[in-house]
Design a protein around this ligand. Structure first.
Ligand SMILES: [Fe+2]
Ligand SMILES: [Fe+2]
Length: 292
C-alpha cells in the first residue's frame, strides 16, 4: 500500500470516527416484526426440528445465537489486539504502519465495547469459549509469526464482514443490531484493505510450504469461529425437548450453511495465492465441506 493510501485511511479514522455511543440507537426496543438474526443464519433453520419450533422459540434461538456471534467476535478481536499491541512496540511513531495500527487498535477496542454493550442490551448470557479454544488462542497469539497472525485475523474479519452484511441488509433485523453490524462492517472494510495489502507482500514470496502453512492458519481460524457458535446449551434454553439431537442436526446443517453463505470470499482469497494444494485441499473439504 503506498503512503498516500495509508495516510488516507488514517485520516478517515481520525476525522470521521464512528462512535458506538452516538451511532447505535441504544434506546430502540426490538420492533414487533423484527428478529435478532436473519432466519437463514439460525443454526437450526432448514432442519426438521426447526419446523416444530413456535415463533417465540425461533426468536429466542436468534437472540442466543447472535449473542454468541458478538461474544466470539469480541473475544477474537481482543486476542488480536493483544498481538497488535506487542507488534507496534517494535515500530517507530513516525512509521505509517504504526499510526494505522494504533487507529485499528482504537477501533477494535470500541468494537469490543459495542459488542459487550449489545449483549447486555439483549440480556444475553454468552456461553464461554471452551478451554481448548482458550489454550489454542493464547498459544497462537504468543507463538505464531506476524504474517500468520495477520492471516488468521484477516480470515475472521472477512467472515464477520460477510455475516454482518446479511444482518445489516435485512430490514427485519433488529434496528439496533443493524447499526452495530453496519458500523463494524465499515471499519472492518478499512482493516481488510490494509491487511490484504500487507499480506500480499508475504504471499508473493511464499513457497509451497509457506502457502500450506497460511492455508491451514486460515482454515483453523474459520473452523474456530464456526465452532464457537453452535451450542447444545442454547437448544436447552430455547426449550427443545431433545437438545442433543438438535445439536447433532444443527452442527451438520450449520456447516453446510456456513459453507454456502460465508465462505466464498475466503475461498477466492486463499485461491488468489495458491493456498489450495495437495497438502491442504483434503482438510478444506473435510472440515469446511468446501468444494476446492
Ligand atoms: Fe472489529
Ligand atoms: Fe478489524
Amino acid at each position: 500500500m503506498d503512503a498516500d493510501e495509508l495516510i488516507r485511511l488514517i485520516s478517515i479514522s481520525r476525522d470521521r470516527p464512528l462512535l458506538p455511543e452516538s451511532y447505535i440507537p441504544w434506546q430502540n426496543p426490538i420492533g414487533a416484526d423484527e428478529y435478532f438474526l436473519p432466519e437463514h443464519l439460525n443454526s437450526l433453520e432448514g432442519t426438521e426440528i426447526y419446523k416444530t419450533l413456535d415463533l417465540r422459540q425461533k426468536l429466542e434461538l436468534g437472540r442466543h445465537e447472535v449473542v454468541q456471534v458478538m461474544y466470539s467476535y469480541a473475544w477474537g478481536e481482543g486476542l488480536f489486539c493483544l498481538f497488535m499491541n506487542k507488534y507496534i512496540m517494535g515500530l517507530s511513531p513516525d512509521n505509517l504502519e504504526y499510526q494505522f495500527l494504533l487507529r485499528e487498535l482504537i477501533e477494535e477496542f470500541r468494537h469490543q465495547e459495542m459488542f459487550s454493550r449489545s449483549i447486555l442490551k439483549l440480556e444475553g448470557k454468552p456461553i464461554k469459549i471452551s478451554p481448548g479454544h482458550r489454550i489454542i488462542g493464547n498459544i497462537t497469539t504468543k507463538l505464531l509469526p506476524v504474517d500468520c497472525l495477520f492471516m488468521g485475523s484477516l480470515s475472521i474479519e472477512m467472515v464477520s464482514d460477510r455475516y454482518g452484511n446479511f444482518a445489516r441488509k435485512d430490514p427485519k433485523t433488529y434496528s439496533l443490531l443493524r447499526k452495530v453490524f453496519e458500523l463494524h462492517q465499515i471499519e472492518e472494510g478499512r482493516h481488510i484493505l490494509f491487511t490484504k495489502d500487507m499480506l500480499a507482500k508475504f504471499t508473493a514470496k511464499a513457497g509451497f510450504i509457506r502457502r500450506t502453512v497460511y492455508s491451514f492458519v486460515v482454515l483453523f481460524n474459520i473452523y474456530f469461529l464456526r465452532t464457537l457458535y453452535v451450542k447444545k446449551e442454547i437448544y436447552q434454553r430455547v426449550g427443545i425437548s431433545n437438545p442433543a439431537l438438535a445439536y447433532q442436526q444443527a452442527k451438520r446443517n450449520y456447516k453446510e450453511k456456513f459453507t454456502q453463505s460465508c465462505l466464498m470470499d475466503i475461498i477466492s482469497f486463499v485461491d488468489s495465492w495458491n493456498g489450495f494444494n495437495t497438502a491442504t485441499r483434503w482438510a478444506w473439504r473435510w472440515l469446511m465441506g468446501a468444494n476446492v
